[in-house]
Design a binder for this molecule. Structure first.
Ligand code: SAH
Length: 394
């Protein structure tokens, strides 16, 4: 077993169970990609077992803080069982569920989503990559499922020096799946879709959108960055008269159309725009259009702390346009999935957007990732999705 010795004082974050060791904290020691290493303090005291990543700034990701634990097949099966058992207790109203959420489930770099009878995994770290076969076998045992598709094509792989990898790892068959979320049917493709196929983290926000659409009687709805129409279906289910969905991905919009049909809604209640949201909002304003509800769920605009300032301006712009298009008495559902933009900053950005639009609004609810995307208390980096539901005073 190879040992990684930290510099003096660099053990503090590990003692608080933060699961990363950065390259700059290491005094000496190295290992192969994904190899299990013993991490110890400058005094030689055991701190943790982790996976070494030779070319990543996050040089070691921690598997366990327990010296007696061995990082073997039984370890992975225990962690996977615990993660799956948690989801069972959460009583999620969907068969599309995130079963493993990386560091926050004690499995750094590993993401596993279940879509009906199909599992999709992302191996985003050298450690997860090294134990891929063990994890794949354990996943089938723990879930009783037979099909596992790999979507290791996220950009984080490059930071770990890993090439992209996609395809069936276990079992095979069609990559298209239909899940049942909040009582709706939603189709997706695990090979072609964003992330592992769908944005499971927004499940509770979509449900809230359906409920508020119904309770507030919101008729004319604008769904910006609609992807495959999750919020579109939600608004229609909530009784919206008409929903305009905007996204710059043609294939996503085609699937959104299919998802509307799949739920038996009349296509005449929908308009789909394959366009840039910012330009579309300006065009709608110029036409004098107004909406009773608007959803703004942009992609990650701040990939890192260095991008926060530029992202803040982009969030403010789109929210200002959103407020201007919102009818008095209407509801804005606005989100950010940039980890680098914290909850407080996001609220400030949205508040300035409202101010610039000359709109008086109150917060009806705060949204975050659905509970199958838990955040480790010692791992604030895991927190990324935040949202505000705002009511424009009538
Ligand atoms: N709300 C969706 C998820 C949105 S993900 C859901 O609940 O499933 C963000 C979406 O923004 C992606 O589908 C992407 O294609 C789209 N997108 C990114 N940049 C865009 C732009 N400038 N204009 C329009 N859509 C954009």
């Amino acid at each position: 077993m190879k040992t990684i010795r930290l510099k003096a004082g660099k053990e503090r974050s590990l003692l608080r169970r933060h699961p990363w060791v950065f390259d700059g904290a290491i005094e000496r020691g190295r290992a192969d990609a994904g190899e299990t290493v013993r991490v110890e303090s400058a005094e030689g005291r055991f701190l943790a077992w982790g996976a070494y990543a030779p070319s990543s700034r996050i040089r070691v990701r921690i598997w366990s803080f327990d010296e007696a634990e061995r990082i073997d097949a039984a370890f992975f099966e225990r962690r996977l069982r615990a993660a799956v058992a948690l989801r069972e207790r959460l009583a999620i109203d969907s068969d599309g569920v995130r079963l493993v959420h990386g560091e926050s489930d004690g499995l750094p770099g590993l993401v596993v989503d279940r879509y009906g009878q199909t599992l999709v995994a992302q191996f985003g770290s050298s450690g997860a990559e090294r134990h891929k076969a063990t994890i794949a076998d354990a996943l089938l045992r723990v879930t009783g499922l037979r099909r596992l598709y790999e979507r290791s094509d996220a950009s984080v792989r490059a930071l770990e020096g890993l090439p992209p990898a996609t395809g069936w790892l276990r079992g095979d068959g069609p990559t298209e799946c239909t899940i049942h979320e909040n009582g709706w049917r939603l189709s997706l493709d695990v090979a072609e879709g964003h992330k592992t196929g769908y944005y499971l983290d927004q499940r509770d926000s979509r449900r809230a959108c359906a409920e508020l659409t119904r309770r507030f009687g919101l008729g004319e709805v604008l769904n910006c960055y609609s992807y495959t129409g999750g919020f579109t279906v939600a608004a229609l289910a909530g009784g919206a008269r008409h929903v305009t969905s905007i996204d710059s991905s043609g294939p996503a919009l085609q699937r959104a159309q299919r998802n509307v049909a799949l739920n038996g809604f009349d296509a005449a209640r929908c308009t789909f725009w394959d366009a840039d949201v910012n330009a579309s909002l300006r065009a709608l304003l110029a036409e004098g259009r107004r909406f009773d509800a608007i959803v703004l769920d942009p992609p990650k605009l701040a990939p890192s702390a260095a991008h926060v300032e530029r992202a803040a301006r982009a969030y403010k712009d789109v929210n200002r346009l959103g407020f201007k298009l919102l009818q008095p008495g209407g509801v804005l559902f606005t989100y950010s999935c940039s980890g680098a933009v914290g909850v407080e900053l996001f609220q400030k950005i949205v508040a300035s957007a409202a101010h610039e639009a000359g709109v008086d609004a109150v917060i009806l609810a705060r949204h975050g990732g659905a509970p199958d995307h838990p955040t480790g208390l010692a791992f604030p980096e895991g927190e990324y999705l935040k949202g505000l539901v705002l009511w424009r005073r009538a």
